[in-house]
Design a protein around this ligand. Structure first.
Ligand code: TXA
Ligand code: MG
Length: 348
């Protein structure tokens, strides 16, 4: 299949391009589009065979359900059987935005979308292109992140192009996504609201509105409630080592790892904070990518997937990543990095 990649204006999306995207969706095809978090790979959420194409294009396991994107409350009401008071509060405070709500589904939602679960994941994105596309299509859009399964999520049109060219007819490219990390997935179906995946809206922000909020931390032999969280994710091709702790020690350790790696003829890439960059530069890594200031986790969040993908493009064998403080958006950043690193995490 030939893939067209069209540049679209973020704030004032060209009507003709929105129309083209909506037509492909109505025809049961897939369209990649920007959201404020990451790019989504969209299909008509009410069309089971269109949604099946998402799993095929991504190589996604069938038991991993999809988030359904809506552009207004009426559309959301048609998909959700009943709203809890916590869900209502979330809608008021955080929609449109990077918060996905887990609620009981109606019969309108095909089983393939929820992977057979009784609850549906639903969110109203704030990106003007996403909102216009859903509006023009006239139906909700099911969309996972538009990467190949297991790879870092796409935060630039170029990332989608790399993973999806030849597989889908259209990519709407509006440049970099603002948030750069996926939405927070919050179970508000009953009981204490529970974060199934940390993301763009922080636990602290949710607590301010909802009071008590839990984080789903499944033990070794217990499955996470968001099925997607059990898979190895966000992983670049190269081996990844995540190092966090006191800065001087982190820099020292990363420096040693650069030398050790290069002695074994490995290309070593470094993703680090602005504050550590000049120190690490002196160890001559093959690639040095600055994620942003340690005091501005938002900056780090918006650059992390770009950094991981760049390491693949430049064929780094070993990727050393400096961890950041696990507070606010930093928690979501560290969640993604820990998943990308698998067990190779050092706290020193
Ligand atoms: O920011 C985002 O959420 C992006 C953009 C495109 O909206 N989408 C995204 O989708 O990250 P995806 O498929 O990559 O991740 C969705 C996560 C997975 O961990 C999945 O298991 C979980 O949400 N999820 C989806 N439906 C669910 C459900 N019914 N119950 C529990 N977890 C669900
Ligand atoms: Mg994903």
């Amino acid at each position: 299949m030939q893939t067209k990649r069209s540049t679209i204006d973020r704030l004032h999306p060209e009507a003709q391009l929105i129309n083209e995207g909506a037509e492909w969706l109505k025809a049961g095809e897939l369209v990649a589009f920007p959201t404020e978090t990451v790019y989504g790979l969209g299909a008509n959420a009410l069309d089971a065979s269109a949604c099946a194409k998402i799993f095929e294009a991504k190589g996604r396991p069938q038991d991993n359900p999809l988030i359904v994107h809506v552009c207004n409350r009426v559309m959301a009401n048609n998909l959700v059987e009943s709203w809890t008071s916590e869900a209502e509060l979330c809608v008021q405070h955080f929609w449109p935005g990077p918060l996905t709500l887990i609620l009981p589904k109606t019969a309108l939602v095909p089983d393939i979308v929820t992977a057979g679960l009784v609850n549906v994941a639903i969110r109203m994105p704030s990106h003007p292109v996403a909102l216009r596309l859903i509006e023009e299509a006239g139906f909700p859009i099911a969309a996972p992140s538009a990467n190949l399964s297991g790879k870092p999520s796409p935060t630039r049109g170029s990332h989608v192009w790399r993973d999806m060219k030849g597989k889908i007819p259209l990519i709407l490219d509006a440049g970099a996504c603002e948030v750069g990390l996926e939405s927070t997935v919050l179970d508000v179906s009953g009981g204490v609201p529970t974060i199934l995946r940390p993301g763009g809206i922080t636990k602290e922000q949710l607590e301010e509105v909802l009071g008590e909020v839990r984080a789903d931390t499944p033990s070794e032999n217990q499955a996470p409630k968001a099925p997607g969280m059990k898979y190895r994710h966000y992983a670049p091709q190269g081996e990844l080592l995540l190092v966090s702790g006191l800065r001087d020690r982190v820099v020292q350790r990363m420096g040693q790892e650069i030398l050790r790696g290069q002695a074994r003829l490995k290309k070593v890439g470094v993703l680090c904070t602005l504050e550590s960059a000049s120190l690490l530069h002196n160890w001559f890594p093959d690639l040095l990518f600055v994620l942003g200031s340690k005091d501005r986790p938002q900056e780090v969040a918006s650059n992390i997937f770009e950094g991981l993908r760049l390491c693949d493009e430049r064929r780094m064998d070993l990727i050393l990543v400096e961890g950041i403080e696990e507070a606010g958006l930093g928690s979501a950043v560290m969640n993604r990095l820990e998943k990308a690193a698998g067990k190779r995490t050092q706290h020193i």
